[in-house]
Ligand binder design. Structure first.
Ligand code: ZN
Length: 149
């Protein structure tokens, strides 16, 4: 498990240093701000829908390594997903980082599995889920600012 942990940390560091999809896409119908006051993480998430499908997604923001890496890996994971698929992925991710799922489906989670260690640090759960809560709001067409409080 320790090798796996090191690999997970490397992936998180890589994504926090070089975030993917680190821009609000042109033509994004939804543009939502999210804030985690506990840690000071802030993101602006932009989503371009094509019917029910997330055709393009990106974010800008600043915060801790977990929050930035989570937003980066999330944008990669949900691009091309339908709203239902993205909801289902968030559900699996939430169970993973809160430790509710003791035998997480790592295949279904793909790269998101690197956040498994967050379940040992409850303070960090909001860092990891800020971007997902913001995405949920964007998918629901809500325009209020999202806060984890
Ligand atoms: Zn944070």
């Amino acid at each position: 498990m320790s090798d796996l942990r090191e690999l997970y940390q490397e992936v998180i560091l890589d994504h926090s240093k070089s975030p993917r999809n680190n821009r609000v896409p042109a033509g994004a119908e939804e543009r939502i701000d999210g804030h985690n006051p506990l840690c000071g993480d802030r993101i602006t998430l932009g989503v371009h829908f094509d019917g029910d499908v997330i055709r393009d997604i990106g974010f800008e923001g600043s915060g801790c390594a977990i929050s930035m890496a989570s937003a980066s890996t999330m944008t990669e994971a949900v691009k091309g997903c339908t709203r239902d698929e993205a909801h289902a992925l968030f559900h699996k991710f939430h169970e993973l980082v809160t430790g509710k799922d003791r035998e997480p489906d790592l295949d279904a989670l793909g790269k998101l599995a690197v956040f498994a260690g967050v379940s040992e640090y409850p303070m960090r759960v909001k860092c990891a889920t800020l971007c997902w809560h913001t995405l949920e709001s964007a998918m629901a067409g809500k325009h209020d600012k999202v806060t984890t409080e």
